[in-house]
Design a protein. Structure first.
Length: 372
């Protein structure tokens, strides 16, 4: 397998990095966070202009049919800038629409940046189990509550998992629905997360909804969408870790103790090397998961994705903690980007399954026990 990026992917990465460096510095990000929407409309327009909203959309709907590796390249570069715009939420929901089919017109709007989307899969009792669904759908109306839906309040439409039949934890009987965020019966409680993104709890009370895909057979699309999201989060974490490692090294070169920069202390050099190794291992396993995402069987996809999410989660925690310790007390203040990077890495670990969840999922796949 060729693990080298194509020339087009390298050019895409360079274009996004230039945008981040020139137009999305730390101060610009802080201004975007303080807006009522929680993100910058100008920055969102720049992402659209770069073609990023069109990248994952099929060519038939005005997109570029980008692969998971293409999206990995995008997310890694956006991670370097800690971009808070609702791009991740939109492309993940768009992936669900692609898999379910029948929403070509909406995907065209996504490609043009005219519509923002989000997913509402999480429920308070579920703890990462996508099949644990209590929101119900009957007669085209939804009832129930979803929690921690990333950028739900900033989206125009939500992709929602709901139960149309079966028991609470059955995989059969789950359907996917499209819901207008401003529609009747939809109540959204928006809040800021610790990494300065936005999430929301969404309550449905006889909310009109449009079925996407086959009724009662939505779990496969739901799981594949969550795996796609996990790969993108891993890529974002790699970008954050790269930037955090660079910031930590720069700080160590300038902070002096006993009359010399602390970067000269061998113990700290060893720790920063370990941070670098964590980031490189995370990049490798994320690339493997992304490269095999489209062609793998569902069983293989689960193994690759869970292996990546678990390893990246471990690496992110280690890199974040070491960076904070090397920065000292400054490492936890809002004045330094390092603190914001650590917070983002922490939230990435807990989104779409943490380390423990994905280790358990990896171990539960067919063939693991025999191979062990």
């Amino acid at each position: 397998m060729n693990f080298n990026l194509s020339d087009e992917q390298k050019q895409l990465a360079d274009a996004i990095r230039r945008f981040v460096e020139k137009s999305y510095d730390f101060e610009s990000r802080k201004k975007n966070i303080k807006t009522d929407a929680g993100y910058g409309e100008q920055a969102w327009g720049a992402l659209v202009e770069l073609g990023l909203t069109a990248l994952p959309v099929p060519e038939a709907q005005g997109g570029f049919s980008g692969t998971a590796v293409d999206m990995m390249v995008v997310q890694e570069e956006l991670g370097r800038g800690l971009v808070v715009e609702p791009y991740f939420a939109t492309v993940v929901a768009a992936h669900a629409l692609k898999l379910a089919g029948g929403q070509e017109a909406l995907l065209e709007q996504v490609a043009g940046g005219e519509v923002k989307l989000a997913t509402a899969f999480n429920e308070a009792q579920a703890r990462y189990e996508l099949n644990n669904v209590t929101v119900t759908a009957k007669g085209g109306k939804l009832n129930g509550r979803k929690v921690v839906a990333i950028h739900a309040a900033q989206a125009d439409k939500l992709v929602v998992s709901a139960r149309t039949s079966g028991g609470q934890s059955d995989r059969d009987g789950i359907s996917l629905f499209l819901v207008d965020t401003n529609g009747a019966g939809v109540s959204i409680k928006d809040y800021r997360t610790i990494d300065n993104l936005r999430a929301a709890d969404v309550t449905f009370a006889d909310a009109p909804a449009t079925l996407i895909g086959s009724e009662g057979k939505g779990f496969d699309v739901l799981e594949a969408t969550a795996d796609y999201a996990a790969v993108l989060l891993c890529a974002e974490a790699v970008g954050v870790m790269d930037t955090l490692n660079a910031a930590t090294l720069e700080y160590a070169k300038t902070r002096q103790q006993f009359g010399v920069p602390i970067a000269r202390f061998q113990a700290l050099q060893h720790r920063m090397v370990e941070m670098f190794i964590h980031a490189e291992q995370s990049r490798s396993i994320t690339l493997l998961a992304a490269a095999r995402f489209e062609e793998a069987s569902p069983e293989e996809r689960r193994r690759f994705v869970s292996a990546a999410k678990a390893r990246v989660g471990q690496a992110a925690r280690s890199v974040g903690q070491e960076a904070v310790q090397i920065h000292g007390g400054m490492g936890v203040t809002d004045e330094l980007p390092a603190a914001h990077m650590f917070k983002r890495l922490t939230l990435i670990n807990t989104t779409f399954g943490d380390v423990d969840h994905h280790l358990g999922r990896f171990a539960s796949q067919p063939g693991f026990q025999e191979a062990a």
